[in-house]
Design a protein around this ligand. Structure first.
Ligand code: GDG
Length: 723
């Protein structure tokens, strides 16, 4: 039976050292609860760091046994690992980069080395437990290299990755010296999840630009498989928060707290200590509110909970000092004997007290400068069991994409925020209820359990899709069968596309001429079979490149044909070029606007090339030109085709399939093979007789009966046929 392994930097427990003994404190976090339904089942397990350094081998052994009972396995990190991998690369390079705080980024090769080392340690720990058919779900930015490390060791395993923090624009990712390794690490997974669509599109763009892997509709086409990238906004354990807020215990705490703070309006803020959360900025906004609205003095207080975090990292130490100073200043400026503007706590609270804060607060002020999702705002909403209260939420939190009924704010717009708080303080109860109810409806449906389910279903879906494509892979069995029938054949024919099929893509199309290896393969093949080079290329280039070879050639998608016995090219279609001028004028306009683009004129078509255009811009212009040309094409009865970095416009009755059919007419072939890499070759595949072998290069859906990985493998296959 295959099992599921959850992997995260931290295990859902804390390991504490007390009186010479270790104690485990289970984490009550949302993720731990949501994944509880998974890792506690059957043979499943959660692998990660227990959160404390343990050097003594005996103690380690003891911990392993105890964690085993809890369905967990530890990865022990040394003090140096923690400093360089966790505090260093994870929290001083990746965290600031991914939250757009480039001024805090540290580029330290030792930290990078530790990051690689610790990811390897995680990989080794997983490999001790994992089988080749298992599902491994890796979490978060500390383990970006792990999916690929696992893929190399377990090529067939199901590997999923979810990132809990934002994924920034390519402009930020490109700053990291190890960006390529990081992206290649993540793309070892089959499913890659982010909180929001923006994170997902940033990731896809960075992958395209840095690793060269293209994508379509959220599917990355890797060398030997497709990878799905999608957005999965994480929810909370809604019922747990709603139930706790209603409980007698929490309500008693509320009464008690209320007695102490009086009947003021309460603004609540809860965050881990982190510069991404915008805590000092929020304090300044509160000060501005008090300054501009003296009538609020004595009537409004802010309860500010800051949970200690990463306090060994320099930027966090400085942040703590800044917060302390700001709070001190405001409280000393405004406090009276019976009113404190800011109740500031630098510590965590037990769950029932946390629930009491949520329950009693009139307004939650959640204003991070950048946040992957932010669960605090969701927990506040779930805790408002009488539907009163107002959520003020930063547009920079992933949660803002879902929680449109909150008062959404730009955390950098101080005056805007002051005005929004003022609006919230005077919001009519009916409006509060309408907004909170709408928010609750959505949070109830998309809770943490739904999140886990949707993610796991998606993992299965990707695997199925991969299997569908894999079932068509040219494997050893197919190769052997093909070899046999090729050898037995008396009259075989091979239709071979050129670019992307017999050779790779280069930035200048004229540089893709056949190398010695290819010439050798084609020569040998043509001694035994009729070889037809069937390409979109112009006849002069093809003629030059295959001069002296005993091959037939179909050029420009079937406009021209030159049989090996003929001296000259023969026109397969009549020559009506009257449409070209209009179309060329439009294409030229797009060339002028797009450095790197150029037009190629073929006998029966015009091609707009954008291979050399700045990535992204080329796609954009191509789409624009596409819709422009589609409109024009109707009038001229033409067809617009999207190829690999080209847009081609031509007559619809001319295609490779038609030419291949004409060429086969009256012949009796006992072995037919067609290979091509893009959708112009789909016409060839469709024109093939039923018993033909047809192969599409790359893992795309196709009318061909097989897929093959790359042009390299095509060459290997062809070489095998004649070996
Ligand atoms: C990362 C991403 C993403 C806080 N104070 C107390 C306490 N908490 C709990 C809250 C909440 C959690 O901590 C904080 O979660 P957030 O989502 O707000 O923030 P991060 O820790 O930065 O989490 C974030 C998240 O991953 C999930 O993917 O949303 O964007 O940065 O659950 O309740 N819990 C208790 N006492 C406290 O005083 N018991």
């Amino acid at each position: 039976m295959s099992k599921t392994i959850i992997v995260s930097n931290r295990l859902p427990i804390s390991l504490r050292h007390r009186n010479g003994k270790f104690e485990f404190k289970p984490s009550a976090g949302g993720l731990a609860t949501g994944l509880g339904s998974i890792y506690k089942e059957g043979e499943n397990i959660w692998i990660g760091w227990p959160g404390n350094t343990v050097d003594d081998p005996e103690q380690r052994a003891e911990i392993i046994i105890e964690l085993h009972e809890l369905k967990m396995a530890p990865v022990f990190l040394s003090k140096q690992d923690v400093e360089e991998f966790y505090e260093g690369f994870s929290n001083e390079t990746l965290w600031p980069a991914f939250h757009y705080f480039t001024q805090y980024m540290v580029y330290n090769p030792d930290h990078w080395a530790a990051y690689v080392r610790v990811n390897k340690m995680f990989c080794e720990a997983i490999l001790k437990k994992a089988g080749s058919e298992d599902t491994i779900w890796v979490h978060d930015y500390q383990l970006l290299l792990l999916p690929q490390m696992l893929r190399e060791a377990l090529p067939n395993a199901t590997i999923a990755f979810f990132q809990h923090i934002p994924f920034p624009s390519y402009e930020i990712i490109r700053m990291i010296p190890w960006r390529k390794e990081l992206l290649e690490g993540i793309t070892g997974a089959d499913l890659i999840g982010f909180h929001t669509y923006d994170d997902m599109r940033h990731f896809l763009s960075a992958v395209g630009r840095i690793t060269g892997l293209s994508n379509e509709s959220g599917y990355i086409q890797a060398e030997n498989r497709i990878i799905n990238v999608d957005s999965f906004p994480m929810g909370i354990d809604y019922d747990k928060f709603a139930k706790q807020a209603k409980s007698r215990k929490t309500q008693n705490i509320v009464k008690n707290f209320r007695k102490q703070v009086g009947d003021q309006k309460l603004l609540l803020t809860i965050d881990r200590l982190d510069y991404s959360k915008g805590i000092p900025q929020r304090i300044q906004v509160f000060a501005q509110l008090l300054e501009q609205h003296p009538e609020l003095h004595g009537k409004v207080s802010m309860i500010m909970i800051v949970v200690p975090s990463r306090d060994k990292v320099q930027s966090y130490k400085e942040l703590k000092e800044e917060i302390d100073t700001l709070v001190g200043r405001i409280n000393s400026d405004y406090s009276t004997l019976n009113w404190v503007p800011i109740h500031y706590f630098y510590r965590g609270f037990p769950f029932d007290e946390l629930s009491a804060f949520y329950s009693m607060a009139d307004i939650a002020l959640v204003t991070p400068l950048r946040d992957g999702m932010n669960l605090v705002c969701k927990e506040f909403v779930a805790s408002k069991t009488d539907q009163t209260g107002v959520l003020i939420l930063s547009e920079m939190a992933g949660a803002s994409k879902e929680l449109q009924d909150a008062l959404l704010v730009n955390p950098n717009d101080r005056q805007g925020l002051v005005d929004t708080i003022f609006e919230a303080l005077s919001m009519p109860v009916e409006e509060q209820k309408a907004r909170i109810s709408a928010l609750q409806e959505s949070l109830k449906t998309y809770d943490i359990f739904q999140w886990v389910k949707v993610f796991m279903d998606r993992v299965e879906h990707v695997k199925q899709k991969q299997q569908e494509l894999n079932s068509k892979v040219v494997d050893v069995k197919v190769t052997t069968e093909m070899e046999k029938s090729f050898h037995a054949a008396k009259n075989p024919v091979l239709f071979l596309d050129y670019d992307g099929t017999l050779t790779g893509f280069v930035s200048n199309p004229q540089d893709a001429k056949p190398d010695e290896e290819l010439k050798g393969i084609v020569k040998k093949l043509s001694e035994k079979a009729q070889v037809v080079i069937i390409s979109g290329r112009d006849k002069d280039t093809l003629g030059k490149w295959f001069k002296g070879q005993n091959v037939d050639m179909i050029a420009e998608h079937g406009v021209w044909v030159k049989m090996r016995t003929q001296k000259d090219w023969e026109l397969y279609a009549d020559a009506d070029s009257s449409w070209k001028e209009d179309i060329r004028n439009i294409m030229e306009y797009y060339v002028l606007r797009t450095p790197g683009a150029f037009i190629e004129e073929k006998h029966h078509s015009l091609v707009w090339h954008y291979r050399k255009v700045e990535s992204g811009l080329g796609d954009l212009r191509m789409r624009e030109l596409f819709s422009h040309l589609k409109y024009m094409a109707r009038g001229h009865n033409l067809q617009v085709l999207e190829g690999n970095m080209v847009l081609e416009i031509k007559r619809p009755d001319i295609n490779k399939g038609r030419a291949a059919t004409a060429l086969m007419k009256g012949q009796k072939y006992d072995f037919v093979l067609a290979i091509g890499d893009d959708w112009t070759d789909e016409d060839t595949f469709k024109a093939m007789p039923e018993d033909a072998y047809s192969i599409r290069v790359g893992y795309a859906y196709t009318a061909a009966n097989y897929n093959i990985k790359s042009f390299r493998q095509v060459r290997n296959l062809l070489a095998k046929l004649v070996s």
